[in-house]
Design a protein around this ligand. Structure first.
Ligand code: PMP
Length: 400
């Protein structure tokens, strides 16, 4: 039998810390490896698989679209993209959509749009304020916006024009604002930074400051969008609407796609030839996205996801009450993290996997849970039982 992990080590760049599982297929919250072992998938493709694996509506939409036309380029009109734009515009209260292929591309588009708008209307202002511990992507513009030094330093010099201020500190944003500032960009909940919640009033304070100073407020909802936090967009929790929003991950239920949404007055500054991509919003990705978005917006879907989240949080809180290793449960909806008393998240991830649960270590002292929004109460209970056994194993190892 082929040793796929050895083959990967031989033929691929070694830039990922992959878990030693070769996944062959998935169904709902479950995946199976090539040896037939079954796992509960609480990584969910890093917040991508909002409907779980191989959801019938997504599979049917992809198959149907693939049989019609897969790709035509943006030299022509295609209907799935236009329908998708309408759905996203109607839900967001923003006016227009642009499609690309990933989260980092969506952020790049948002950065370019903000600069274009500053060029045209703010005397060439171009600086964008972002926050510490933020994650906006790995291409040069998005990386330059990313607050985590670990990702940035080896790739300097980065793109100029970003000011990084402490997360959850409104005064720092005010102080960093100059005549050259054009926008403030934040994740409504920081995902890769460790699932860090915004302080009460933080997002509203940013909105008020941007309004006062004539700045764009950009929300990077790449991780938080499409129901992940219990509402379709995370900004709905706070009632704070951005001027520009970046989306990706969950949007097409697993097919690569990215998008930005913007207010009319801002979107109008991208004129013909300013920005684009060959694949962006292509019929296959857009059809998968349409099917995904329709499911998530169907009556009762988000209510059920919120109920499942409440169940999961309750179970995790009971671990917090009973095990010294668990210091905190944070996050919202199906974007949750467990804080640990020690830097043992990698060991906990391994222990959980050996028992049939896939999770992700988002920090040395925190694991992140991002199951499909469709996860059942029974799957939540089984996952939490496994997590508890894994925590016991780790606590046992440390007390020896
Ligand atoms: N922004 C946020 C908030 C993200 O979480 C991510 C991915 N983790 C990105 C941007 C980049 O997305 P992608 O990996 O699709 O480029």
């Amino acid at each position: 039998m082929t040793d796929w992990i050895a083959e990967e080590h031989r033929y691929l760049f070694q830039n990922y810390g992959r878990q030693p599982v070769v996944i062959e297929r998935g169904q709902g919250t479950r995946v199976w490896d090539i040896e037939g072992n079954e796992y509960l998938d609480f990584v969910g493709g890093v917040a991508v698989n909002v409907l779980g694996h191989s959801h019938p509506a997504v599979v049917a939409a992809i198959a149907d679209q693939a049989g019609r036309v897969i790709h035509t380029s943006n030299l022509f009109y295609t209907t799935p993209m236009i329908e998708l734009a309408r759905l996203l515009v109607e839900r967001s209260g923003l006016d227009r959509a642009f499609f690309c292929n990933s989260g980092t591309e969506a952020v790049e588009a948002a950065i370019k749009l903000a600069r274009r708008w500053g060029h045209d209307t703010r005397g060439g202002a171009f600086e964008i304020i972002t926050t510490t511990e933020s994650f906006h992507g790995r291409t040069m513009g998005s990386l330059s916006a990313t607050g985590n030094q670990r990702y940035r330093e080896p790739f300097e010099p980065l793109v100029p024009g970003f000011r990084i201020v402490p997360w959850n500190d409104l005064d720092a944003v005010r102080q960093a604002t100059t005549d050259r500032t054009v926008a403030v960009m934040v994740e409504p909940i920081q995902g890769e930074g460790g699932v860090n919640m915004p302080a009460p009033g933080y997002l509203a304070g940013l909105r008020a400051w941007c309004d006062e100073r004539g700045l764009l407020l950009i929300f990077d909802e790449v991780q938080t969008g499409i129901g992940r936090t219990g509402t379709f967009f995370a900004f709905e929790h706070d009632g704070v609407r951005p001027d520009v929003m970046a989306l990706a991950k969950g949007l097409a239920g697993g097919v690569p796609i990215g998008a930005i949404l913007a207010r009319d007055e801002v979107a109008a500054h991208f004129v013909k030839g300013d920005h684009g991509s060959t694949f962006g919003g292509n019929p296959l990705a857009a059809a998968a996205a349409l099917a995904t978005v329709r499911e998530v917006l169907a009556p009762g879907f988000l209510e059920r996801a919120r109920e499942a989240s409440a169940r999961l949080v309750e179970r995790l809180r009971s671990l917090e009450d009973r095990y010294g290793l668990v210091t905190e449960v944070r996050g919202r909806g199906m974007l949750l993290a467990i804080g640990l008393a020690r830097d043992c998240s990698a060991e906990l991830v391994d222990e959980a996997r050996r028992r049939g649960l896939l999770v992700n270590n988002v920090r040395p002292n925190a694991i992140r849970l991002m199951p499909p929004l469709t996860v059942s109460h029974d799957e939540i209970d089984r996952a939490c039982d496994i997590l508890e056994a894994a925590i016991r194993a780790i606590e046992g190892a440390f007390s020896k």
